[in-house]
Write a protein that binds this ligand. Structure first.
Ligand code: ASP
Ligand code: MG
Length: 594
């Protein structure tokens, strides 16, 4: 029989009416022929309230007692929920983490799950009961109550859904689902019916508050279809699953309060980027968009963005880096915002970048920096005009209209792709292994791409339209552009580099030369064989150490970095094709992936 896991966050069980509504939903799902496991959080702000109460008793409440206390929030909700289900005439049983059999280590307040059993849940389900599980908690081997860290109910829900091979893990919340973009900025923003896991991860800022990125990554690993649904209405919400390629552009994110910092006149040699990132990491600066283009006249330039509030610290760190390197000049600016388009379909469609740049060109909005990943293009624009930019791009890609897509197809696809793990025991140990590493491992994969060439246009006019013209021309020849890098310019001219399949190099060079001829002083350079190294993970942005570790590993292997670009879940560096394999190995070692 199919199993549906339904997770209700704090706001969805805040009062008696909401609890009744949640219970009714579970009952309806049960009566539609499914087995139902509810995972429930503490009501409203209950957990915060308990934290405050503890603070009134002691400045340093004992960790064990803290978990004992906080776990009561969930215990309250599940028992009330069970009563609500009973009064609707269905059978239900509430269970604490310990009763389910979620065994954790003894790291109170951020315990790791060590084993999960599904026996008891299955027994109740088979007896026709709705199982109502406390989110966020477990017990250690001595039966002390533990909690999994704030927001941990998402972990409980996705872990149980994976362990039970549930058909769907529904996350009930106080929004309609995930939107194409922030509806407060773009009123015609639309709820998205489905997204691929990676799209959701790249759109972290849109999903913010809906679900922890870690739980999404976990769901991706075990192919648990997630559905973010409103608890206050009947909508179908947003399905997040392994959908293959969907539309070219699915979502659009805005980071308004960025500041940009550029280090120029740097020596073009191994170790330079590493020193810079070591200085940033020492001060815990959350570096966001990193861009490095190929060096010009032996001088390299690295730019990145940071939250504006961190700019002063960043400049201190940048000064330290310049001192250590004995070279470099620093520039910065705050009138910038980052606009990103995300869509898994862009992997196989040329011209998405061109279209985005064209749209911004039509509004006369200049692109100060460009960086891309497989499924994301980010540009830095003037902050004063970022709302306008967001609206224009939203309209440019017709994001306000839904494509005819059947969500049912998504579910079917997701089901077919479920991991083929035969024995439950093996599945359980895999799940537990992954959960144990959830917080530690930021980087989950290192990739080496040996199939590309690099083309650079130097000295192109730093005006709206240059990039658009370039990438339209490339798209017209059906050349798939992978990595695009454009750094800030203060000379009135810009350098744009991009990578393409080696097989398209001649075709691409011909058109690049033609274009360069039409711009005064512009020139073309290229490298027929480059290697691209990528680290893939979650929350790279908030883990300041990832860039540091990546660039240090490459520096230690004496590998020079020619280009860098980043996204929410990837950080890529272009290196000499002779250095790719060695770089790959040093990165695997650095991130303990061997
Ligand atoms: N009640 C816990 C918290 O507020 C767990 C959760 O809501 O996911 O962090
Ligand atoms: Mg929550």
């Amino acid at each position: 029989m199919s199993i549906i896991v339904q997770k209700f966050g704090g706001t969805s069980v805040a009062n008696a009416d909401k609890i009744r509504a949640a219970a009714a939903r579970a009952v309806a799902t049960k009566q539609a022929g499914h087995q139902v496991v509810m995972v429930v959080s503490a009501r409203g702000k209950k957990t915060d309230e308990l934290v405050r109460l503890a603070a009134e008793m002691s400045d340093q409440p004992a960790a064990r007692e803290m978990d004992m206390l906080l776990s009561t929030g969930e215990q309250e909700s599940v028992s009330l929920m069970a009563m609500a289900v009973h009064s609707l005439g269905e059978k239900a049983v509430s269970l604490t983490g310990g009763q389910i059999g979620i065994i954790t280590d003894s790291t109170f307040s951020k315990a790791r799950i060590e084993s999960i059993s599904t026996e008891r849940i299955r027994k109740h389900l088979d007896a026709g009961e709705i199982v109502i599980a406390c989110g966020f908690q477990g017990v250690d081997p001595e039966m002390n109550i533990t909690t999994l860290g704030r927001g941990g109910s998402d972990t409980t829900a996705t872990a149980l859904a994976a362990a039970l091979k549930a058909d769907e893990c529904q996350i009930y919340t106080d929004v309609e689902g995930v939107f194409t973009t922030d509806p407060r900025v773009v009123t015609e923003a639309r709820k998205v019916s489905q997204l691929a896991y990676d799209e959701m991860l790249e759109l972290a800022s849109l999903g913010a508050g809906v679900m922890h990125s870690r739980s999404i990554e976990f769901a991706k690993k075990f192919r648990v279809p997630l559905r973010v649904r409103p608890s206050f209405a009947d909508g179908e919400g947003t399905l997040i699953a392994n959908l293959g390629e969907s539309r070219v552009v699915s979502g659009l994110a805005l980071a308004r309060n960025e500041a940009r910092v550029t280090l120029a006149d740097l020596p073009d040699q191994p170790g330079v980027t590493s020193s810079i990132f070591a200085c940033m990491s020492k001060r815990k600066i959350p570096v966001d968009m990193v861009v490095q283009n190929v060096a010009v006249d032996g001088k390299a330039t690295v730019s990145f963005t940071v939250p504006e509030g961190d700019l002063a610290d960043t400049l201190t760190a940048a000064n330290e880096a310049v001192k250590i390197l004995g070279a470099g000049t620093i520039r910065s600016g705050t009138n910038v915002a980052k606009v990103s388009v995300v869509g898994s379909g862009m992997q196989s469609h040329s011209g998405v970048a061109a279209q985005m740049f064209q749209t911004l060109l039509e509004k006369g909005i200049n692109l100060e920096m460009i960086t891309t990943s497989e499924i994301k293009i980010s540009v830095l624009v003037e902050r004063d005009r970022c709302d306008e930019a967001l609206l224009a791009v939203h309209q440019g890609f017709h994001m306000e209209t839904e494509l005819p897509q059947s969500p049912a197809v998504g579910i079917q696809q997701a089901k077919e792709q479920r991991l083929d793990v035969n024995s439950d025991e093996k599945l359980l140990s895999e799940i537990v292994g992954k959960l144990a590493n959830m917080e530690d491992i930021v980087v989950s994969e290192v990739l080496l791409d040996e199939s590309q060439s690099r083309v650079t246009l130097h000295h192109i006019p730093d005006l709206p339209g240059s990039s658009s013209q370039l990438f339209s021309a490339v798209a017209n020849k059906n050349i798939m552009v992978d990595m695009i890098v454009q750094n800030v310019s203060d000379t009135g001219h810009a350098e744009v580099s991009f990578t393409i399949p080696r097989t398209d190099l001649q075709k691409c060079l011909a058109l690049a030369e033609d274009l360069a001829a039409s711009w005064e002083n512009a020139t073309v350079s290229h490298e027929a064989e480059i290697d691209k190294l990528t680290v893939v993970g979650i929350g790279l942005r908030t883990h300041t150490g990832v860039g540091e570790r990546m660039f240090k590993a490459l520096a230690d292997a004496n590998i020079n970095i020619q280009m860098i670009n980043t996204s929410e879940i990837r950080m890529s560096a272009v290196v000499d094709s002779k250095a790719g394999q060695a770089g790959f190995e040093s990165l695997q070692n650095a991130f303990h992936l061997r």
